[in-house]
Structure formats: C-alpha cells, structure tokens
Design a protein around this ligand. Structure first.
Ligand SMILES: [Zn+2]
Length: 237
C-alpha cells in the first residue's frame, strides 16, 4: 500500500511546518475589480466577470492567486484555501480530509491561547479543523503554539455563521474602516445581516463550534486516529 491516506505530508520551510491555509509571498492579493451588480429587487457588490466559484453563501470572495510560491507568510491566511478547508473539513495543516479519521463524526480544533482559555461552546472561529497527528506536529513546531500555549477541543457540529471580509460603501465602493478588534481592516459579518453582507468582499468563512469537549491528550487522540484510519482502509472504504 502506497496510499498515504487522509493525512498528507506537511510542507516544511526552515524546519517549521507551513500550514495548508497559510498564504505565501507570491500569492499577493491583486487590486479587486469591484462592481455594483443590479438585479430587479436589489443591488449588491460583485467582482468584474465573476465566476460561479467566486460567489458562495450569497457573497463575493476575494480574488488571489493560489501558487504557494515564494516564502510562507506566517499569520496570513489564504482566502481560497481557508474556504476550501472550512467547506470540506480539510485539515488546516496538511490539507487532507478530516472526515472519516475518527470513529465518530466529531472534529478536532486547535487554537493558540495566550491565557490557555478553553474553546467554548458557541464560539466562532475561522480556524479550520486539524488531524490529531497534525495537531501534535503543530504544537511541537509552530512558534505561536509553542510559545503562547494552545487549547484543543473535539466539536460535534460546525454550522457556518458568516464571513470575515472587507465592507464597502454602497454608493462610492470605498472600503470602510475595519472593526477595531480586527488588525487587518476587516469585519465579521453574519449571514443573517443581509444589508451588510451585500457590500462585503469575503476573505474567510466563519463557523460556530457547537458541542465542544476540551481535550488535552493529543497523543491518545492521534492513536485513535491511526486506528480509525486503518479500520476504514481495511474495510475498503
Ligand atoms: Zn492533517
């Protein structure tokens, strides 16, 4: 068997694994060609010559190249890969599927925690799930997790909540100042806030974590994961 299964080999740079969702220096965000889209009952923000995949959940998504060239920009999230990872429950570190890597349907989430506060039920996140083996690798090697500590939880449900993105003035299409808590000039906009969503260019998909059970023993989870993947592969799944 040469099949590596759902856990993909992590990409390394200078001895550090580069997460699947991290943006690279050659993936520079181009100027976005924004237009007003007029429909019989509404007007909303769109991209010039927008394709079907550039519009999802009733909102347009930031254009950026996906080449993974140059150097990793740690701390910068690639809009398309983040959305893919959230949509398909791909591991944020290796990019492989997390569905089917446990005996149950729960998913593992990992977060850097300055104060070690646990992931809470009902918490919103833009950080996609992670394999247990990849979480273990990340806490060993990724500087923010090593230095600031981390917190992990198994999560039962992950409904989509909204997006993080830039919000534009409906008249001038000027970008509005970001929310104070977002250093990158963005806003978090829930799908229920249609008036604001119409003038948002989305960069990240945000989900809610429901049914959250904190976990600390990543080794035990990784063993369970290995077992579940083996059982599935033996069952010919
Ligand atoms: Zn992984």
């Amino acid at each position: 068997m040469t099949d590596t299964g759902p856990i993909r080999p992590a990409q390394y740079r200078d001895g550090t694994p580069v997460p699947f969702i991290t943006a690279w220096s050659k993936e520079e965000i181009p100027a976005q060609e924004l237009v007003k889209v007029h429909r019989p009952w509404t007007t909303f923000l769109g991209l010039r010559d927008e394709t079907e995949v550039e519009r999802q959940f009733g909102v347009s998504w930031m254009r950026m190249p996906a080449t993974r060239g140059g150097r990793p920009q740690h701390g910068h999230i690639h809009a398309l890969r983040q959305r893919q990872a959230m949509n398909r429950m791909l591991c944020q570190l290796c990019g492989g599927p997390t569905v089917g890597t446990r005996k149950d349907e729960w998913a593992l989430f990992l977060a850097a925690g300055a104060d070690g506060h646990p992931l809470l039920n009902g918490e919103r996140t833009e950080s996609p799930p992670v394999h247990a083996a990849c979480a273990r690798l990340a806490v060993e090697h990724c500087p923010p997790l090593r230095h600031r500590g981390w917190t992990a939880a198994l999560v039962r449900h992950t409904p989509v909540w909204g997006v993080t993105g830039h919000v534009y003035d409906p008249l001038t299409l000027d970008r509005l100042p970001g929310a104070p808590q977002h250093r990158d000039g963005m806003h978090r906009v829930p799908f229920t806030d249609t008036p604001r969503l119409r003038w948002t260019l989305a960069a990240r998909l945000v989900i809610t974590l429901e049914g959250v059970v904190p976990v600390t023993d990543l080794d035990a989870l990784a063993d369970e994961e290995t077992e579940a993947i083996r059982a599935r592969s033996e069952a010919g799944d």
